[in-house]
Design a protein. Structure first.
Length: 295
């Protein structure tokens, strides 16, 4: 009888452990901050958003592309910092103080220009930091938009003045408590050139975070096809087939670069692995929070 009872006890334990192992993970709560272009580099404001997100149960907070200087600000060629560096440390402090994971876009100092040692190449980068302030992912945009700066001390022949492209080897997936996460930066998630998406597809991410910088020539165009960050996220998710794609886009005017006037289109949100929009922020929302059901 003792052996029989022991046998049944073992079976119940194994069954219980299997049932526990098969339980789906709870949704991850992600906050997307539609940072106004007038607040780039305002780490106090960004900390405020992170604390407010934490108060609402968010586990990951996402800021837009180039959240320190603003996209195409020529100051980056003189003032951007390396990674690790001061800007990355400031975001690490936000993550640690608020108790959340932080994903953001930011300019990253590259190599010195031989003809002028005060000038540096610059990457359009993204970082993911855990709630203890540790750098988990570091990504440099590969599909940079050529000749996008209107002012710049660096010339690349017929390509004009641009960010320096990052290598495709930066495409990677990391294991986190929320699942398998990767990052792309803005144009790398477009399907006009799928080189980065193709490199990522074989890695089977579950969540892809994108700091966006989607703009339009007028505020009235925002939200329409081609001027909708979550619309681009849906296209990227459909191409990948395995991942939710979530991202934050700025709002307000874009004061730098070519083809002005220009407006950041907001439309932050997420898309499902089926290529459908799962949720999108209203234009007036400074921050929106979504529960993303990773499995």
């Amino acid at each position: 009888m003792i052996r029989i009872a022991f046998f049944f006890l073992v079976c119940l334990c194994l069954l219980g452990s299997q049932l526990w192992a098969d339980e789906p993970r709870p949704p991850v709560r992600v906050a997307v901050v539609q940072l106004n272009s007038s607040k780039v580099g305002d780490f106090g404001a960004m900390l405020g958003y992170a604390k407010a997100a934490k108060d609402r149960g968010a586990e990951i907070v996402v800021y837009p592309e180039e959240a320190v200087f603003g996209w195409l600000n020529p100051k980056v060629f003189y003032e951007a910092q390396p990674i690790p560096g001061q800007a990355q440390a400031a975001f690490a402090a936000i993550a640690k103080q608020a108790g959340v994971w932080v994903a953001t876009g930011l300019a990253e100092r590259g190599s010195k220009i031989a003809s002028n040692p005060a000038i540096y190449e610059v990457f359009d980068s993204g970082i993911l930091i855990d709630s203890e302030g540790r750098l988990v992912l570091h990504y440099r945009q590969h599909n940079v938009i050529k000749n996008a700066f209107s002012e710049c001390p660096i010339k690349y022949g017929s390509q004009g003045c641009s960010y320096t492209p990052g290598p495709l080897s930066d495409v990677e997936v990391v294991e986190t408590p929320f699942g398998r996460i990767s990052m792309l930066v803005c144009a790398d998630a477009y399907t006009f050139d799928t080189s980065t998406l193709d490199a990522l597809k074989s890695l089977r991410p579950e969540l892809v975070i994108v700091p966006w910088g989607v703009t339009a020539g007028s505020a009235a165009e925002c939200g329409k096809t081609g001027f909708n960050a979550t619309g681009f996220a849906a296209q990227a998710a459909a191409h990948l087939g395995s991942a939710y794609v979530v991202g934050a886009n700025s709002v307000g005017s874009r004061p730098y670069g070519r083809f002005l006037p220009s407006w950041y289109c907001g439309t932050s949100g997420y898309a499902t692995p089926q290529g459908k929009v799962g949720g999108v922020a209203d234009e007036e929302q400074e921050m929106a929070i979504f529960d993303i059901p990773l499995q």
